[in-house]
Ligand binder design. Structure first.
Ligand code: UD1
Length: 344
């Protein structure tokens, strides 16, 4: 029988790509999303790619009653992937309660309802932000958790602790925490991709919007870091590769492939690339120039962080496979598709 999966935030960037991979792997998907940072048309994109339109509920996961209705209406949900969360670092500093309410209440409600509705496992979207500025790179899952530098980062740390404590209480559920490094790119079909509201905070949407002329110039935040070219180093992971890891993680829990009730994996490529190197890769792989200038450092930025993904490679049997050049071309094709459709 097909497993039924609830994907919270399934219309968003990583949620939509994961929905596609779940459907491709034969899962039945139910999405709940409040559309606060996403667009309903994404469902058309998912349908075009997979031939299947997932069930969709417009609703807010901070309401336990809304969630209870979803579990009651869609009987037999076996697993949850929780993407429904706010994720802008800067905004979280200005509106901390919004972040704590959205990110923590959503998680608590889902966990609370899991035993009642017999839901076996939950995959949680965590972040490499939990490592702060790591003592050494690449970072393994054993690296110490550093004090969070923003309310957003703190919600990820606290969420991991909430799940850990809940499982330690003896409740009959499983969880896999996935710590993402920097997800970038878009589906190769250009039917879905990243669609930030307003001026992007993240590097790639700002870069592609600059390349197409929406923004005048990309600001590179700092060239005086202790790195070979002075700009920050990140581990840029293709969003489709990242999405596929969720399918493997879900299968691992539902098929009882591990004795462990709680596991944590880094999801990255294992390669660190600097901001300036990434601009160069983008220009070479697309043939499009990105006007950019060096400006001062951005407050709160980590100097360098990249993953040791061996645990995910060996234990999950998952590996990031897409070359960064292809990821950059997909990001660019997506930006051009948005222009073609008159969206941006
Ligand atoms: C941040 C969060 C991460 C979160 C992610 C998604 C931290 C430490 N990191 O990642 O947890 O999952 O956002 O929202 O909390 N840059 C520029 N110019 C720009 C934009 C970015 O030079 O216009 C640089 C940044 O200084 C940074 C790199 O590009 O060095 C990546 O930035 P960004 O895409 O915002 O992601 P992170 O800050 O790494």
């Amino acid at each position: 029988m097909k497993h039924k999966i609830l994907v919270t935030g399934g219309v968003g960037y990583i949620g939509s790509h994961t929905t596609v991979e779940l459907i491709n792997a034969g899962y039945e998907v139910v999405i709940i999303d409040n559309l606060s940072n996403s667009n309903i048309n994404v469902l058309d994109g998912i349908e075009k790619i997979t031939g299947v339109r997932p069930a969709f509920v417009e609703g807010d996961c901070t309401s336990i009653e809304t969630l209870r209705k979803v579990f009651t209406e869609y009987k037999g949900i076996d697993g949850i992937i929780n993407f429904a969360a706010s994720k802008a670092v800067g905004e979280s500093v200005e509106k901390p309660l919004l972040y704590y309410r959205n990110n923590l209440l959503t998680l608590i409600n889902l966990l609370d309802l899991m035993p009642e509705f017999g839901v076996k496992g939950i995959v949680f979207s965590s972040s490499c932000t939990v490592y702060g500025e790591p003592d050494e790179n690449p970072v393994t899952e054993k690296a110490p958790i550093k004090p969070a530098t923003s309310p957003y980062g703190n919600t990820k740390q606290v969420s991991e602790e909430i799940i850990t404590d809940y499982i330690h209480s003896g409740v009959n559920i499983k969880s896999i925490l996935l710590r993402y490094f920097n997800p970038v790119g878009a589906h190769p079909s250009s039917e879905i991709g990243e669609l930030p509201n307003g001026v992007p905070n993240n590097l790639i949407p700002y870069l592609t919007q600059t390349a197409i002329g929406i923004r005048k110039e990309l600001s590179v935040f700092g060239n005086d870091y202790d790195t070979p070219d002075g700009s920050c180093i990140r581990d840029f992971i293709d969003v489709v590769d990242l999405a596929k890891a969720h399918v493997v993680a879900m299968e691992r829990m539902l098929e009882d492939k591990s004795e462990e009730r709680l596991e944590v994996f880094n999801l990255g490529t294992g390669n660190g690339l600097s901001v300036l190197q990434l601009i160069d890769v983008f220009e070479k792989s697309t043939g499009v120039k990105v006007p950019h200038k060096i400006v001062g450092r951005r407050a709160g930025d980590i100097e360098k962080v990249w993953a040791n993904p061996e645990k995910a490679n060996n234990v999950l049997g998952w590996k990031a496979e897409t070359p960064i050049e292809e990821t950059m071309r997909n990001a660019w094709n997506w930006q051009m598709k948005l222009r073609e459709r008159g969206i941006m």
